[in-house]
Ligand binder design. Structure first.
Ligand code: BV8
Ligand code: ZN
Length: 242
């Protein structure tokens, strides 16, 4: 049986599915990935900008990067991969989508049970108190200040060196641990602890990626190709093709 039919059989049989997505799922919506070509911005690497130290040193520059990304995301549409995952959720009794992406495209595609383990780019939250708001501002302007306490607002994402939101993380671990099938799509599996979720899976695992990753040899089925088409194929119902 070819890998795609093998993967589709695993999806058909699973009652409890967990999915882990990374930037590769949004690539076909025109959002640059972190480590692929085009992921750079003004010759900075994300690891240099997505840190508390960078924000401390130059909040204006960090905000310019996030507003540039917000503009890109606002102009982007969910792709067939996002839509396929929303469709699969509707058909699976127990389904959890765990995403490292902060772009919100899974929600716009209709996914419901989403664990945003690296936060949400559309959230702005205060560095001095618990104030936070959904912020549609995409134009470059001064660093936004908190209306309650006057401190600087920051993007509501998890930066390198920062802990992941505890409750969301614990739910993600449990969803993977309880799953019969884990689908890992569009992630280079280099960022921890997110990548550590893959090793928690006790059932079958399917990887969807253009390239090899360090987990490709360990998964049950490695599907090599674009997330949009492969996830669409995985979500199709009915007998395996051919
Ligand atoms: C933590 C939100 C501890 C922000 C992100 C040294 C110093 C400091 C920290 C560390 C260190 N060494 C290790 C660490 C830990 C660090 C880490 O793992 N670093 C890596 C780089 C080695 N992790 C952390 O810092 C985490 N926190 O450890 O805290 C702690 C604990 C308690 C108390 C205090 C502290 C926090 C990590 C979260 C960072 N935030 N994002 C923002 O978005 O601006 S991470 C960022 O990378 C994104 O979330 C992104 O999703 C994530 C992972 O990248 P990918 O999604 O995998 O994207 P990538 O480009 O890498 O890969 C794309 C893949 O898709 C590729 O495989 C490609 O082949 C494929 N692809 C592309 N196109 C397609 C495709 N596949 C299919 N179809 C396509 N069309
Ligand atoms: Zn405040």
């Amino acid at each position: 049986m070819n890998p795609l039919d093998q993967a589709r059989t695993l999806v058909e049989q699973a009652q409890r599915i967990a999915v882990l997505t990374g930037a590769g799922v949004s690539a076909e919506s025109g959002i640059p990935t972190f480590r692929g070509p085009g992921g750079l911005w003004r010759n900075y690497r994300p690891e240099e900008l997505a840190t508390p130290e960078a924000f401390e040193r130059n909040p204006q520059l960090v905000w310019e990067w996030y507003r540039w990304r917000r503009r890109l995301i606002a102009a982007a549409e969910p792709n067939a991969g996002h839509l396929a995952l929303a469709e699969l959720e509707r058909r699976t009794p127990v389904f959890t989508l765990i995403t490292q992406n902060v772009d919100g495209l899974h929600g716009r595609a209709g996914s419901r049970r989403i664990l945003k383990i690296h936060g949400d780019i559309w959230l702005s939250r205060c560095t001095g108190c618990s104030y936070q708001r959904t912020d549609r501002a995409t134009e470059d302007e001064a660093v936004p200040l908190c209306p309650d306490c006057g401190a600087m607002l920051r993007p509501g994402v998890v930066w390198f060196g920062e802990p992941l939101p505890r409750l969301v993380w614990e739910e993600a671990e449990r969803a993977v641990y309880d799953s019969q099938l884990l689908i890992v799509a569009g992630t280079s599996a280099q960022v921890y602890p997110a990548a550590g979720l893959i090793g928690l899976a006790r059932g079958a695992t399917i990887e969807v990626n253009l390239d090899e990753t360090s987990f490709s040899k360990a998964v049950t089925v490695a599907l090599r190709g674009g997330c949009a088409e492969l996830l669409r194929q995985l979500a199709l119902t009915g007998p395996p093709s051919g």
